[in-house]
Design a protein around this ligand. Structure first.
Ligand SMILES: [Zn+2]
Length: 155
């Protein structure tokens, strides 16, 4: 299941990525462009815009779906998407690049040595690499805080 989020739900898009889901998001995109992309890539539109939903439904080429996001609060938006599409069992935290939406690859510690600062290399145990942008991710100090937030969605 793949998603495309409109400009108004950026934080929702980011959090769905943190939970491991495939979401594309553009800070600026025209409605028609967004609908085209949803159709060609078979993505479900996530939006708070009634008009966008109406436009998307009019388009005969549209094969995907659209979901109207109800809440203004990102936590409730995430809950709505997880609930609606029954995604809780599929949550796979920190498996996707937050910048480019690509699936991360496991990076053995030895290979991370020259890619991260020395103190990170010493402290961190698990590393992951984005094959698209080359960013290396690791479980850092902010991770515990994030774990707490993630676990509330996993309940
Ligand atoms: Zn990346």
């Amino acid at each position: 299941m793949k998603f495309i989020a409109d400009c108004m739900v950026g934080k929702l898009a980011r959090w769905l990525r943190i939970l491991g889901f495939d979401v594309v998001y553009f800070p600026r995109i025209e409605d028609d462009e967004l609908i085209n992309l949803a159709a060609t890539e078979k993505r479900i539109i996530l939006t708070r815009d009634h008009e966008l939903i109406a436009k998307a439904k009019k388009r005969k080429t549209l094969t995907g779906q659209a979901l109207l996001i109800e809440s203004e609060k990102w936590e409730e938006q995430v809950e709505q998407v997880l609930e609606y599409f029954k995604l809780r069992p599929k949550i796979d935290p920190n498996s996707r690049c937050l910048e480019c939406n690509e699936k991360l690859k496991f990076l053995p510690k030895a290979r991370a040595k020259n890619l991260v600062p020395p103190f990170v290399y010493e402290k961190a145990e698990a590393f992951a690499l984005c094959p698209k942008c080359g960013r290396v991710f690791w479980k850092g100090t902010h991770f515990r805080d994030m774990e707490k937030k993630i676990s509330r969605f996993q309940k």
